[in-house]
Design a binder for this molecule. Sequence first.
Ligand SMILES: Cc1cc2nc3c(=O)[nH]c(=O)nc-3n(C[C@H](O)[C@H](O)[C@H](O)COP(=O)(O)OP(=O)(O)OC[C@H]3O[C@@H](n4cnc5c(N)ncnc54)[C@H](O)[C@@H]3O)c2cc1C
Length: 337
Amino acid sequence: MSAKNSVMVFIEQNNSKVADVSLELVSEGKKLADKLGVALDAVAIGYNLEKEVEVLGHYGCNTVFYINDERLSHFTSVPYAKTIVEIIKKHEPQIVLFGATTTGRDVAPRVASELKCGLTADCTELQIGEYKLKSKVYKNTLLQIRPAFGGNIVATIVSPESMPSMATVREGVMKMAEPDTSKEVELVSEKCGLDDSDFMTEVIEVMIEEKNVDLKSANIIVSAGMGAATPEGLELVKKLANTLGGEVGASRPVVDSGIIDRDHQVGQTGLTVRPNLYIACGISGQIQHRAGMAEAKRIIAINNDPDAPIFNIAHYGIVGDVNDIINRMIKAYKARA
Ligand SMILES: Cc1cc2nc3c(=O)[nH]c(=O)nc-3n(C[C@H](O)[C@H](O)[C@H](O)COP(=O)(O)OP(=O)(O)OC[C@H]3O[C@@H](n4cnc5c(N)ncnc54)[C@H](O)[C@@H]3O)c2cc1C
């Protein structure tokens, strides 16, 4: 493989619009490509997406390899995997990135297994660096960083001996760049090499369930942990969020207990958020929760345990009973408003 080989991003679409996770990956892929001094390419599969993929240029993508076929309007595992494999074989990128979404988790392992290359799931950081194995030194290899062993260690995973290096990244983990609308992408049409026997499943109907909360674009998030998981505590968390014009988040055990919907979960297996203000109410601050909120601009933590780990990352810590403190915060805010 030549050192000029590109970084490539698999583009997902939601309702014929480029998914946010793909724009985040293009933004991150651009940094990796610049570090390597190579182009950033994308592979987009679907039907009538020519206009939609133009946006990729604004985020630094050089070329989109585009496969336009009505049979590919909706994602199905085998046809998409086969098509991506063909594009990778033809263009030989050195790195391929997928969103760790339902689609990405389905298709990326199929592609990796067909190409017999390494795949690291749910990376939280990607870097280009050096890796030494005994006397061998691999330069400019992809360092795929992610929590491992239940979050107890942060592992750096490399797969320098097989190409390409492939990684999946969850939505929200990588920051979307500021778009530069003056930048354009080159659209290269690729032939669809599939025949009808490749389409083993047929999509009959697509039902889209709207989310009832949008944590990703919220400026203020008030989150409930197990310390606020009583009916009264949760009501107060919601009231504080309402008072401040924010959204309600939650830790995983609160979601698992069934008192709030999974769309509210923040953390390693939930959402990664970057609000201006994150108020953690009765949340201990385990690494899996912190993975989803540590990049909030300001963090206020309320906890009755002064040694709770959340205080290590909080900008303001309040030691006390969550119900009492929230009541006082609402009162104080209303008195000032
Ligand atoms: C693979 C894996 C993935 C995971 N993914 C996630 C994830 O995405 N998101 C996530 O959140 N977790 C996740 N977890 C779980 C995580 O490890 C923690 O168990 C979880 O974050 C703890 O939630 P908590 O802080 O609400 O509960 P606890 O750890 O039980 O903490 C409750 C806190 O509330 C305080 N408290 C109790 N009563 C009061 C009161 N009256 N007033 C004030 N404070 C009070 C306590 O001092 C304590 O610090 C994951 C775990 C694993 C293994």
